[in-house]
Write a protein that binds this ligand. Structure first.
Ligand SMILES: *Cc1c(COP(=O)(O)O)cnc(C)c1O
Length: 356
């Protein structure tokens, strides 16, 4: 049976990217060795990192003065690396969900943390709009896509202080004006690569301003100065990331991805909005294109687990909502074809016919 992969992360990758990775695992560049058994300093691996960095810069139109680095540790390590490198006295955070809260918690170990606004009281069903970013903060931290709640901040904010964004789950899903950001980071396992590599886009001139000692491995400058090769980087996930970036470039870049993502999201949100049985959870103006969250209306609630079983039987994978929202979540990352969204909608219609 054909599987439709709506996993929230790690998640779907383009089939050809997986095939190319598999080939590199068997025989990297017809050299007689697997990519798993070569040195990261081998002369045929350096060009992989170089091209991945160059494509990242090209696809996101990253201006001069920025570096792109690949690290380990996931987005969660960035929750600590960001304040370690940037927080001298005070940092500002927008609280839009569990990930934002975790980032805030880490920063509290380094200085004063100001929560400029929060949607916690409404179970993070929207993105706060009216807030003031303190001009004396060392940086302002946002989470552009809230993977668990299905809300997304699609606007590149104007900030009087360096803007730091966790883009784990919407990186490369649309164009962004990188010049408005000091740092953009994320775990790659949502839209780019398998788990194991973290990307960081960083404006070089915001570094070197804190007075504390920064351990070598946690200092961004270490990894910038050594081109992500200070120690052994996650070789295989970087290779897969490169193949995803090549795939993206061949398919219209982030502009092409955005068009496809809008089409998929509209299709599914329309089906939800026109349904007797299902209802969306996020406020309409803040709806995510990447993670589409919905539940059953009160009168049908007892049927939720039956729908999961029904949809699973028809090949849907990973549509159970996060426990803090319940219901369903369809993650529609770059690699998910619109046919999968249509298959899910067909499932919803069929189930409604049986029960509504
Ligand atoms: C998944 C996710 C994280 C956590 O990423 P790890 O790489 O597992 O640490 C952080 N932020 C957001 C927005 C996420 O979606």
């Amino acid at each position: 049976m054909k599987k439709h992969n709506f996993n929230a992360g790690p998640s779907i990758l383009p089939r050809e990217v997986i095939e190319k990775t598999a080939q590199a695992v068997l025989d990297f560049q017809n050299d007689g060795l697997s990519i798993l058994e070569i040195s990261h300093r081998a002369k045929n691996f350096q060009p992989i990192v170089d091209e991945a960095v160059a494509l990242f810069k090209e696809l996101l139109n990253i201006p001069e003065g920025y570096s792109v680095i690949f690290l380990g540790g996931g987005a969660s390590l960035q929750f600590c690396m960001v304040p370690f490198n940037l927080l001298e006295k005070k940092a500002a955070y927008l609280n839009t969900g569990v990930w934002a809260k975790k980032a805030m918690k880490e920063a509290k170990g380094f200085g004063e943390v100001v929560e400029v606004a929060s949607s916690a009281d409404a179970n993070y069903t929207f993105i706060p709009k009216d807030f003031v970013i303190p001009a004396d903060a060392d940086y302002f931290h946002i989470t552009t896509n809230n993977t668990i709640y299905g809300t997304e901040l699609l606007k590149d904010l104007d900030s009087p202080v360096p803007l730091v964004a966790d883009m784990s789950s919407d990186i490369l899903s649309r164009p962004v004006d990188v010049s408005k950001y000091g740092i953009i980071y994320g775990g790659a396992q949502k839209n780019l690569a398998p788990a194991g590599v973290t990307f960081v886009i960083i404006r070089n001139d915001i570094l070197g301003k804190v007075s504390r000692h920064i351990p070598t491995m946690l200092d961004y400058r270490t990894h910038i100065d050594n081109g992500s090769m200070f120690n052994t980087p996650p070789v295989l996930p970087i290779y897969t990331a490169l193949e995803t970036l090549r795939w993206l470039k061949a398919n219209g870049g982030v502009e092409g991805a955005e068009k496809r993502n809008i089409a998929k999201a509209e299709l599914l949100y329309n089906a939800i909005d026109n349904s007797k049985m299902f209802v969306g959870t996020a406020r309409k103006e803040d709806r995510s294109r990447m993670n589409i969250c919905f539940v059953m209306k009160e009168e049908y609630k007892p049927l939720e687990s039956e729908f999961i079983t029904f949809a699973t039987g028809k090949g849907m994978v990973g549509i159970k909502g996060h426990r803090s929202v319940g219901g369903f979540r369809a993650s529609c990352y770059n690699a998910l074809p619109i046919e999968s969204v249509q298959a899910l909608i067909d499932c919803m219609h069929e189930f409604e016919k049986l029960h509504a």
